[in-house]
Write a protein that binds this ligand. Structure first.
Ligand code: PLP
Length: 437
């Protein structure tokens, strides 16, 4: 039963008032009512292991008492003060993030989402460089606003094709497919750098920035070889082009080996701008941009975000970040993520539905194909996602052609839960295979 009566009633009401393009998972979409740790419950009382952490938003755990208490305490004092006044939670969180960012003389501007963070980063970079030419990666996703879709490389995720920028797309973000797929690491990087040089050679100069996700998120948890963006950086520096690292999915140690995704590409130091959102608020709408003061100051006066970094979301961010660091969840993501990757690779070895299991830390993608063809299969991914739910496991979808099952659980995931999830996914692959020709 849904909370308001007959099963399905809420779905009918949803469809009557919400956009048709708003993505809902499952033949009978779930109404989640509460969560604890790595688990959530639906309105019918079913319990699920959440292997997608909300939507890569539940960074530490569902209903983490430390975060809930901080939010409740702050909400009991004052909900909102606006950026016109000093805010202790905002200043403290900015200090923590600036110090962690690796960016010298860093300033932090808070937003309410990843889209708005990228929008702001693009605004800053184009204002700083006085140019509207922007480099972006093929197959990338950066959000939903006019600016963000204009640098989103997969056209099926950018609905209009219109753009405020001259966007130039370059190769590199997707390792497993595309013209350089078969090359070794060094040759792959060299080919991508040559592509970048070639693209830049076709401009009259003056490109403002490159925006890139260190591990492509919506793109299917694919990453280039370590060092790609360090090699890009040498070219960018020669042309005075800023590097924006979109860490909306990769930040806070989720990739295991590094706190930020850019650190796998740290040859010439940190990016010029870094954007974050999703996990930092543990589900509260908190995002932002970090940039050197000089770049941040390219924004005109009177640029405020009414709700960005509000005291309640900042309090959530502070408590969440403190828990993450105190409990070394980056180390946990490395250890448990590594184990999970291994287990899933073993599971996949017995299935002709799986082309590749890839990932870093607790960001793991399982790419599915139509059996016998090697072609990406959105149908197989949907069947696996549905079958996993029947077995009490929630996973995400995405990737090129919608063929990737995405796994990004809360970073407190333990070994027993990793085993439980891998087993459920193994069962789901078998179930899905039986439903395909
Ligand atoms: N950047 C990346 C890498 C993302 O994955 C997303 C969302 O999935 C965004 C930006 C947009 O964030 P939001 O949905 O909070 O606007």
């Amino acid at each position: 039963m849904t909370a308001d009566g007959a099963p399905g009633a809420l779905l009918a009401r949803h469809r009557a008032v919400l956009p048709s393009w708003l993505d809902l998972y499952y033949e009978r979409p779930l109404e989640l009512t509460h969560g604890a740790g790595r688990h959530v419950w639906d309105a019918e009382g079913n319990r699920y292991l959440d292997f997608f952490g909300g939507i890569v938003t539940t960074m530490t755990a569902h209903a983490l008492p430390e975060v809930t208490d901080a939010v409740t305490a702050q909400a009991g004092r004052i909900l909102h003060t606006s950026t016109l006044y000093l805010s202790r939670p905002m200043v403290e969180l900015a200090e923590r993030i600036a110090a962690l960012s690796g960016i010298p003389d860093a300033r932090v501007f808070f937003t309410t989402s990843g889209t708005e963070a990228n929008d702001t980063a693009l605004l800053l970079a184009t204002a700083y460089r006085r140019s509207n030419q922007v480099l972006a990666m093929r197959n990338s996703y950066h959000g939903r606003s006019f600016s963000a879709v204009a640098v989103t490389g997969n056209t099926s995720w950018s609905p209009t094709g219109l753009s405020p920028f001259q966007t130039l797309y370059v190769h590199g973000g997707v390792r497993g497919r595309g013209p350089y797929a078969g090359l070794g690491d060094d040759a792959y990087i060299a080919a991508c750098v040559a592509d970048l040089e070639d693209v830049l050679g076709q401009t009259a100069g003056g490109v403002a920035a490159l925006i890139a996700e260190p591990v492509q998120g919506v793109g299917g948890f694919t990453s280039p070889p370590d060092g790609l963006y360090a090699a890009f950086r040498e070219v960018l520096d020669r042309h005075g082009i800023l590097w924006i690292s979109d860490e909306v999915q990769t930040g806070w140690g989720r990739t295991g080996d590094h706190f930020w995704g850019w650190q796998a590409h740290a040859g010439n130091g940190p990016p010029d701008l870094l954007t974050f959102a999703k996990g930092i608020g543990n589900g509260m709408s908190l995002g932002g941009v970090v940039a050197r003061a000089e770049v941040m100051d390219a924004m005109s006066a009177h640029s405020i975000s009414t709700f960005g970094g509000s005291p309640v979301t900042a309090a959530a961010g502070l408590a969440n970040l403190t828990y993450l660091l105190d409990h070394d969840l980056q180390g946990n993501a490395r250890r448990v993520g590594g184990l999970l990757l291994e287990r899933l690779r073993a599971v996949a070895a017995g299935s002709d539905l799986v082309r590749e299991v890839r990932g870093r830390g607790l960001m793991i993608g399982v790419e599915l194909v139509r059996p016998g063809t090697g072609e990406p299969s959105a149908e197989a991914a949907s069947l696996v996602v549905e079958a996993a739910r029947e077995r009490g496991l929630l996973v995400g979808k995405g990737g090129r052609g919608g063929a990737c099952v995405r796994i990004a659980p809360p970073m407190t995931l333990n070994v027993a839960e990793a085993e439980e999830g891998a087993e459920a996914l193994a069962g789901a692959l078998t179930d899905a295979r039986a439903r395909l020709p």
